[in-house]
Design a protein around this ligand. Sequence first.
Ligand SMILES: C[S@@+](CC[C@H](N)C(=O)[O-])C[C@H]1O[C@@H](n2cnc3c(N)ncnc32)[C@H](O)[C@@H]1O
Length: 391
Amino acid sequence: MPYVKTPRKLAASPNFALCHAADGSPFALGEVEPYAQFWLNERERMLLALFGRKGGLMVERAITALLAMRPASNTAAERRRIERAIAEMIAAGVLHEPADELSRYGKEMARDYLEHRPFPTAIAASIAAQSGLGEQSRALDLASGPGSLALTLAERTPHVTIMELSRGFVATATEEAARRGLVLEAINESCNRLAQHDGTYDLVTISQALHWLDDIAVCKGVCRVLAEGGSFVVIHAAMNLPQDHPLSWILGDRTPLGDKAQVPFVQSARALFRRLSLLFAALDAPQVERHDPQHARAGRAPIVGAGIALYHQPRPMGTGFARAFLSDSHLATTGLNPQQVWKRIEAKCGVASEEALQASMDWAVLHFQRGATSFDIESWEPETPQVIAYP
Ligand SMILES: C[S@@+](CC[C@H](N)C(=O)[O-])C[C@H]1O[C@@H](n2cnc3c(N)ncnc32)[C@H](O)[C@@H]1O
């Protein structure tokens, strides 16, 4: 067992939420791929609660507290069972050390991400203009990655916050803000817990990430934090690689990582817009009074869909892009040998011409606003996407 008996602190992983089966049995359910389940006995459920306090708890204090709550006739034997339970919870990822990386995206890919997957400048400018972002505005970028969009917003206002699971990405975003002389606040936490955070924002953004999250929990959180007149902007994206592109075998439509759903991009944007509009209609209903503080609302008017904009961005995709896209743990969880994959990527991209590396991204910017006039998604006639430059 990996449990080491030295005094140290552990915390409950924000990647897991406590759930109960129909018969009341507790289990911790992974909210981040690979969506693992870990069934808890009574002792483990209490440990989860103890280590779940903000900032975690020293192991020895948790053991003492648990022994006090569940007195046993043989304390030494019970202590061994508790230690074993802690070891198993660590091995399953349910408990972690405060410094552990919680995301499959880590510090090692953060620089490649900033350089080779920058957020489109034209879209960032359009979001800032549309939401009326000014020096006093408060903005929150959810699942920010290493901060490409948030850093652009931080050029316009000193009140930008990121909420991101990866410690490595948070560290890089914060370093990069300091290097550029910008103010950036960071919350290293799962965005599924947004409803448990205080704060009020005039702009909340989420780019290329909602599909990883519990969108009901995120929308509940947005209801809680979005100010009167505030905008919630969801950026949905898809990449297009020609079949003979050097990376199509790993990032194309049918790859060892899985097959992509063959839904036309505009159709997927429309479906997402419809789903989020329905979620807001259900969750942000001003006439329904709830006493649960997680149902608090930062504004009085309802949040409604306000519009969709489409963009098409031709761009190169080479080894750097692949490095910003695939971490070794992404590859390993699909059963691939990361070293072999990187060797093949480098071999193929290394000999490819600039022209052969050309690919493109489709972007849909879904705008929701508290108090806007509702946009009718059913009669939406998509315009031709605006072609934008890279980055
Ligand atoms: C594809 S990246 C998108 C990053 C950035 N928004 C962008 O558009 O470039 C997905 C991000 O979601 C983050 N993420 C995944 N699950 C998360 C969660 N539950 N809470 C917060 N961030 C999460 C990952 O760590 C990663 O940074």
